[in-house]
Design a protein around this ligand. Sequence first.
Ligand SMILES: *Cc1c(COP(=O)(O)O)cnc(C)c1O
Length: 428
Amino acid sequence: MGPNYQPDTLCIHAGYSPKNGEPRVVPIVQSTTFRYTTAEAMGRLFNLEDSGHFYTRISNPTTEAVEKKIAELEGGVGCVATSSGMAAIFLSVLNICKAGDHVVSSSAVYGGAFNLFNKTMRDMGIDFTFVPPDVTEEQLEAAMQSNTRAVYCETLSNPSLVVTDLELFAKVAHAHGVPLIVDNTFPTPINCRPFTFGADIVVHSTTKYMDGHAVQMGGAIVDSGKFDWTNGKFPMLTEPDESYHGLIYTKAFGKAAYITKARTHLLRDIGCQPAPENSFLLNLGLETLALRMERHCSNAQKIAEFLDQDDRISWVNYPGLKDSPYHTLAQKYLPHGSCGVISFGVKGGRAAATKFMESLQLASMVVHVADLRTCVLHPASTTHRQLTDEQLAENGISPDMIRMSVGIENVQDILADIQQALEKVQQK
Ligand SMILES: *Cc1c(COP(=O)(O)O)cnc(C)c1O
């Protein structure tokens, strides 16, 4: 795409430009495999000497179009799409860490990411230190070890809505010669492009706003191409890979070393690629992402302001509110808006929160966020129920927290629904 197109134009056009007689819309290439006429031509693909599709576990034309679109939206050199956001997070770390290595992560991360790091990957021998999201530079420095290989955080955390100081995290990571990996699911590249603040790798759950219609699960890893992997800390990228006849990723692929290895090594071995049909659906979602984000944000701002002045509500957390502790960081990192997710407490604690949620009529109770339909969730009893109260607090979650994902319906209808539900809570 032309380098000067705005993000909303990229949402529609990036990643696919048909030639004469080809389909105008990215087609679903529902084929596991691709034909070649000579063994030599196919051999060159296996040796990574040529690029081309040969097996959908590694790459597929429909998925490739979406990968290119997401890479352009984030301003990266390449993207690998995965079957879920969790798969993207797992691969993003596994691509540069092995047993004996260590990662510093913000504690305000998605519950699934926390479990993956704290249990599953620890059991694999990769250690994690969790730091509070509003950590000082000194505290972050103190968490770094000689075997640290990455720093991890979320731009805007799910569900605690902490805005992370990306430049601080990037500064400390880079001082120790390791990359900053940022989960940018909630703001999407429409509201924040972490590479412009020093992040090196971005991951996404495309299941959320990027899809937006709740029809497919997916994830993405995007490489900025800016990190120098040759400082001696990343032998898996700078030493010969015997499974590719001694190929050295940094020599063969330069700026795209990390993202190429994620595909040719990890997708090959682990096989968490998206189905072509899901990539097609994701692409449809991406086409309207910019438009939807604008509406999600303006609706959420109005609802947050309404809740903030209502005395039946005990607290409201939305970075767009002037009294939010993250308002200053939000103005820096999310100047056009954060996302449609608001968290708040209903006076009367856990019981009132449950009654309120059950009384909503337009908003539905689902384990999902970032849908174009307004939905609500009680994290303490659902997504984060494995966590102890102490871990909940570390993740920035209170037992009375309601997470409302504001959709793109008419905001008057959403407000009326909240009003009537609050009245039912009062009635007892
Ligand atoms: C949902 C979510 C994930 C996990 O993504 P899945 O697609 O559900 O696997 C990771 N990070 C964040 C911030 C999320 O909201």
